[in-house]
Design a protein around this ligand. Structure first.
Ligand code: PLP
Length: 374
């Protein structure tokens, strides 16, 4: 049995997504911009997929703009907000624990003359609304705070932060990278008070190659890609129809049992946490408030050694975040954890497909690995 605990890196596409993609590739392969029957049908299905994503977001479909991934949605939000508002102010706020899809655009904006404040997390990896309050200024034009941290599962108070931003920095737009929060921490785009929300398909059992940026009604951003006018001229480029249909189908498939699935995931996360705490030498990192992320380590043991040992038993976890291959975790560093803890930490991330048997296999494999490596 394979025990897959790298769902924050990517999830297995659900059967509904695979079926929708197969149909798109074999039967509905027209260009949605074409005016003949094949094109019209592809267009109809892309709009149905948009509706599926919008329902999962709690949003109007005409405010959901498809992208190629979460990274693109993040880049679009950050660069377009800076372009739109750069004449009104030059101050931007984000956090030290964002994904590189936010941090690297921020570094680029610094190079272009913006001043960026990076909020520090508490010891448990949560960034508080209080920390944001003290950083907001009248010349702040953008605040970008992730909803759920991808390494330690801390959940940020996004609604409170968005409200604070609008009160204390009226010129500013509020963006949240909800890639790890979407369909994990229930929210509705229409009531979250954010201006911009990024999500990604392959984290929610859809295919890789699709994401979306939700843009608040009434807010116009500079277009991200210029060309044939797709995505209401906001993001040109022929639609990746199979990916978008897979994304839509994954969202539709998740909704009917969402609450029960999240409760089950949280229960398995707690079973895992309790089991890990009983293993001598294992430490847990951070808040782990989201239902699907458990960060833990064995100080003194290198995380790659632990990953290899677990892999020998067909148990798959990742070192920190999969996207930061080989680099020391900036998130664990920002939480002021010791080098021994940081270098020995791994992340186990669950999905609605995770089973009790997989959790037990992981615990068994960790027990054996700790014996072997310490
Ligand atoms: N933001 C967060 C919090 C993530 O965890 C990830 C991926 O791990 C991304 C953004 C990037 O998403 P994508 O892989 O769709 O580009």
């Amino acid at each position: 049995m394979i025990a897959y605990f790298d769902n924050s890196a990517t999830t297995k596409p659900c059967k509904e997504a695979v079926a929708a993609m197969t149909e798109a590739l074999t039967e509905c392969w027209g260009n949605p911009s074409s005016l003949h029957r094949l094109g019209v049908e592809a267009h109809r299905r892309v709009e149905a997929a948009r509706l599926g994503v919008a329902k999962a977001l709690g949003a109007e479909p005409d405010r959901v703009f498809f992208t190629s991934c979460g990274t693109e949605a993040d880049n679009w939000a950050v660069f377009s907000a800076a372009q739109k508002l750069g004449k009104r102010g030059r101050h931007i706020i984000t956090t030290q624990i964002e994904h590189h899809a936010i941090l690297h655009p921020m570094h680029e904006l610094e190079a272009r003359g913006f001043e960026v404040t990076y909020l520090a997390p508490e010891a448990d990896g949560t960034v508080t609304a209080e920390a944001l309050r003290s950083a907001l200024r009248p010349d702040t034009i953008l605040v970008s705070v992730m909803m759920v941290n991808n390494e330690v599962g801390s959940v940020m108070p996004i609604q409170a932060m968005a409200k604070l931003t609008h009160r204390l920095a009226p010129n500013a737009l509020f963006h949240t990278d909800a890639v790890q929060g979407f369909l994990k921490v229930p929210f509705r785009a229409s009531t979250l008070e954010a201006d911009l929300i990024s999500v990604s398909s392959h984290k929610v059992h859809g295919p890789k190659g699709a994401g979306a940026l939700w843009i608040r009604k009434g807010l116009s951003l500079p277009p991200y890609l210029h060309g044939g006018g797709q995505e209401s001229s906001q993001r040109s480029g022929t639609e990746a129809v199979p990916n978008l249909l897979g994304f839509g189908a994954a969202c539709e498939a998740a909704l009917p049992s969402l609450r029960a699935d999240l409760a089950k995931e949280a229960m398995l996360r707690d079973r895992l946490r309790t089991g890990l705490q009983e293993i001598h030498g294992v430490v847990l990192n951070g808040a782990q408030a989201a239902p699907h992320i458990v960060s833990f380590g064995v100080p003194g043991v290198r995380s790659q050694g632990l990953i290899n040992c677990l892999q020998d038993q067909e148990v798959y976890v990742s070192a920190g975040s999969a996207c930061a291959k080989g680099h020391r975790s900036h998130v664990l560093q920002a939480m002021n954890l010791s080098s021994a803890v940081i270098d020995g930490s791994v992340r186990a991330s669950l999905s609605r497909f995770t089973t009790e048997a997989e959790v037990d296999a992981l615990l068994h494999a960790v027990r054996e690995a700790v014996q072997r490596l310490t």
